[in-house]
Ligand binder design. Structure first.
Ligand code: SF4
Length: 83
């Protein structure tokens, strides 16, 4: 089973070194205390970190592949019925 880590999550986009942005939710406004302006930002996560919203990118891909096979008739018994 795939390890529960941001780097294996479908919402993670690697940016630099061992860090990446989480796209699970829309950006949040973060106040810059120096300028007083609010700027949109996403959580910057370490690739080995995780949260309770983790969704395995590999599992989602496997499920998608199975659905595509089912619609194309690639799975099922010789009589065409599911096994
Ligand atoms: S595990 Fe959580 S914090 Fe990390 S990328 Fe996925 S949703 Fe974001």
């Amino acid at each position: 089973m795939e390890e529960k880590k941001c780097k294996n999550c479908m919402f993670y986009k690697k940016t630099i070194y061992s860090k990446g942005e989480c796209f699970r939710y829309p950006p949040q406004l973060v106040l810059d205390p120096e300028t007083g302006s609010a700027n949109p930002a996403r959580p910057m996560m370490e690739e080995d970190d995780f949260c309770g919203e983790f969704k395995s990118e590999k599992l989602i891909q496997e499920i998608g592949d199975l659905i595509m096979k089912a619609f194309s008739g690639d799975i099922g018994g010789e009589d065409g019925r599911s096994v």
